[in-house]
Design a protein around this ligand. Structure first.
Ligand code: SAH
Ligand code: DHB
Ligand code: MG
Length: 227
């Protein structure tokens, strides 16, 4: 385990595969200047979000947890023409930074940030009966991760892709007796996904400049499809 090596490898990968630009750099700088925590996805992960949205042909993307909008920029860049991202954020201060970063990236028209606790804004979205989401990125409070997966399925359709950040936490997920609500919530989410009749899923561990963690990736299957 050598976190310094992981960071050097991320730098290698970023230099070759992930084109950085003024909008992304400005978003990182503005978020740091505003005192936001340094917990956005890494550039290589952001690029993967964009690629997944593109492969999915996503016209409607739902994000839970905007922070400064770094992951949101990547998701919005992966949209089909005319597509839209709805990003849910509890903290109005975070949402304001995210909006400014998205405007600067030229994506203001393609993203709506909804302020509030996601367990309030998700039912509101459902009540609006808008078209289903093609891709859902779950990256908010880990305590309620299982509820967010439940809502992602409800707001999705057969074929919707669900991506969840931070499901490994440097191995913290192994602790069945953890007093950490984030770990308890993450483990509950694994149980929820495993037992869900419509979800086919895997998870991959990741290392990099943000340490050791992982993503869970799931597909919503047809209601009557075999698991
Ligand atoms: N997706 C972002 C990082 C999100 S960090 C990126 O990669 O760039 C997690 C965010 O979830 C924080 O901004 C936090 O304020 C927000 N959050 C925490 N609890 C929430 C809740 N109950 N509802 C909505 N957002 C919440
Ligand atoms: C935390 C949250 C995240 O979404 C993340 O990617 C890393 C850390 C946190 O709350 O500590
Ligand atoms: Mg995260």
């Amino acid at each position: 385990m050598d976190p310094k090596l992981w960071t050097r490898i991320d730098e290698f990968l970023e230099a070759r595969l992930v084109r950085d630009d003024d909008a992304l750099q400005a978003a990182v700088r503005a978020s740091a200047d505003a005192g936001l925590p340094d917990i956005a996805v890494t550039p290589t992960q952001g690029k993967l979000l964009q690629l997944l949205a593109q492969v999915a042909g996503a016209r409607r993307v739902l994000e839970i947890g905007s922070l400064g909008g770094f992951s949101t920029i990547w998701l919005a860049r992966g949209l089909e023409p005319g597509g839209h991202v709805v990003s849910l954020e509890l903290d109005p201060g975070h949402a304001a930074i995210a909006r400014a970063n998205l405007e600067r990236a030229g994506l203001g028209q393609r993203v709506t940030i909804r302020i509030g606790a996601a367990l309030d804004t998700l039912p509101a979205l459902a009540a609006e009966r808008a078209a289903p989401f093609d891709l859902v990125f779950i990256d908010a409070d880990k305590e309620r991760m299982a509820d967010y997966v439940d809502w992602a399925v409800r707001l999705g359709r057969t074929g919707t892709l669900i991506v969840i950040d931070n499901v490994v936490r440097a191995g913290g997920v192994l602790d069945a007796h953890s007093a950490d609500a984030a770990i308890v919530g993450t483990r509950r989410a694994f149980d929820f996904v495993a037992a869900h009749p419509r979800l086919s899923a895997t998870a991959v561990q990741t290392v990099g400049r943000k340490g050791h963690d992982g993503w869970l990736v799931a597909r919503v299957n047809a209601p009557d499809a075999p698991a």
